[in-house]
Write a protein that binds this ligand. Structure first.
Ligand SMILES: Nc1ncnc2c1ncn2[C@@H]1O[C@H](COP(=O)(O)OP(=O)(O)OP(=O)(O)O)[C@@H](O)[C@H]1O
Length: 468
């Protein structure tokens, strides 16, 4: 029986109120006035749900919860905390808690939350017994930027719910990856995750793709076929590019969401399903609603919880880490040694606009892994199209942008006299490239640079360039 709740709080009145309310509901309780006492018992005895305060003498709530989590990762833990501490509690205990109860709480609410946690514990115990492999991918999501931390927090907060989520973000920002993470951290994690891109399916096949069809429903329907909704039953259906869904399919989708059942194309028997919907779009759905291209009622059904994924250009600080991640992945795939990014190339890449977002960066890293000759990657090893990337009129300014970023970072890091660092590096780069173009001939290189030969020779010496 999953029916045992531990109440941990140094405040006697809280323990008393909770104990009474839960016992009245037939829930078995055990009270602890400190985290240390609870820990002592935890190794010999184990609750189904824990309700704990954060600020306590001795082992404080966080320490306690960390230990509990380490021992029993799935244990539902309800955190009680003063309103003023709520944000820090949520942040510090990212995703681990089942629920947060801001103090002072309503006792009925506390009972309801406890009931939910107990139901969850029971569900989990059942799942643990039968753990089918759904082939779910568990790709790491890189993101130290504040906007990405926000996304992770949302995944954490939603990890015990089956609520509908709408993900917004440009193409290639990682919407599918986040949808998959939401699923992997949800109570449905051992059930199917089915992804479907509305923009990739021909309009007239969409309904049969989503809802399946009966034999003979249309020319070519030679057998009954289950649609994605059926495949996703008891799991998650990820509808990418939902803004591209045709109007009549929107109407059908809305009906399924309302009724929990649908008819296969050409079918007359309703099919019942329990599917969590995660939808995504790069479009502005509110705008589409205003233009009557998207049903308003469907929009409200989908727009329960919204997660926004920022453009890569709005989280540049993640670029070096992402590059390392993709270099390692590409190297592992291709069976070669991972490339290393030189400082100049790293700064250059961090300064670009990346209209194709993370996907473009990933493809670039694969390209570099295949094409660049040395282990260390320099600006000149980068694919040609990156050098031309961005706003047409701005094209020749890309390096200047990179330079500005470099200067900005150098000064922020407290470096001084940055011209003495930048100017020789600048000249060295131009000289080396000019020499490359003339196969090492100094006279011609000097012409290309617009210097006299003697100047070039002097510079080569100064800059210690081997210009023979
Ligand atoms: N933060 C990240 N960390 C690691 N890999 C990422 C990250 N974001 C995206 N990727 C990778 O970039 C690629 C594009 O991501 P994904 O397909 O999730 O984007 P999307 O927003 O769904 O794109 P689209 O809207 O075009 O379908 C994938 O290969 C994904 O694994």
């Amino acid at each position: 029986m999953s029916n045992r709740v531990w109440i941990i709080d140094d405040d006697r009145s809280i323990r008393w109120v909770l104990e009474r309310a839960l016992s009245r509901e037939g829930i078995e309780t055990q009270c602890y006035e400190s985290g240390d006492r609870a820990l002592d018992d935890f190794y010999s005895d184990s609750p189904d749900v824990v309700i704990s305060d954060i600020r306590m003498p001795g082992s404080d709530g966080f320490k306690l919860l960390e230990r509990f989590q380490a021992e029993r990762p799935g244990l539902p833990i309800i955190i009680m905390t003063a309103h003023s501490d709520l944000d820090s509690a949520v942040a510090a205990y990212q995703g681990g808690a089942f629920e947060y109860l801001p103090k002072p709480f309503d006792i009925d609410e506390a009972v309801a939350v406890t009931r939910r946690a107990l139901a969850h514990a029971k569900e989990q115990a059942q799942e643990e017994r039968a753990e089918p492999d759904n082939g779910a991918s568990n790709k790491e999501i890189i993101g130290e930027a504040p906007a990405m931390q926000e996304v992770f927090r949302a995944i954490g907060r939603l990890s015990h719910s089956n609520i509908t989520v709408l993900i917004n973000g440009e193409s290639g920002t990682g919407k599918e990856l986040v949808a998959q993470a939401l699923h992997n951290h949800s109570p449905r994690r051992n059930k199917p995750f089915i992804a479907l891109n509305m923009a990739a399916i021909p309009k007239d096949l969409m309904e049969s793709e989503l809802f399946g069809h009966e034999k003979g429903a249309f020319t070519g329907a030679s057998a009954q076929r289950a649609g994605r909704f059926e495949q996703a039953n008891s799991g998650t259906l990820f509808l990418d590019e939902i803004g591209d869904m045709p109007a009549d399919t929107q109407t059908r989708l809305l009906r399924v969401l309302a009724d929990g059942e649908f008819y296969r194309v050409g079918g007359h028997t309703p099919v019942k399903v329990d599917v969590r919907i995660i939808a995504a779009t790069h479009q502005n759905l509110e705008e589409l609603v205003r233009e009557h291209k998207f049903r308003e009622d469907l929009f409200h059904r989908l727009n329960v919880i919204r997660i926004h994924i920022p453009r890569l250009a709005d989280r540049r600080e993640d670029i070096p880490r992402l590059v390392r991640h993709f270099f390692n992945a590409a190297a592992a795939d291709l069976g070669v040694e991972p490339k290393i990014l030189s400082k100049d190339a790293e700064e250059y890449l961090s300064g670009l606009d990346w209209p194709g977002n993370v996907r473009q960066l990933e493809n670039t890293c694969r390209w570099i892994t295949v094409m660049a000759s040395g282990r260390e990657v320099h600006i000149e090893d980068l694919p040609q199209e990156l050098h031309q990337q961005g706003n047409e009129t701005e094209t020749p300014l890309d390096w200047q942008k990179a330079l500005r970023i470099w200067a900005d970072q150098a000064l922020s890091a407290g470096r001084k006299e940055i011209l003495s660092e930048a100017v020789p590096a600048f000249e060295k780069a131009l000289i080396e490239i000019a020499l490359k173009h003339t196969a090492g001939r100094k006279r011609d290189a000097a012409d290309l640079l617009g210097w006299g030969r003697n100047t070039l020779t002097r510079k080569l010496k100064e800059l210690e360039i081997n210009g023979s």
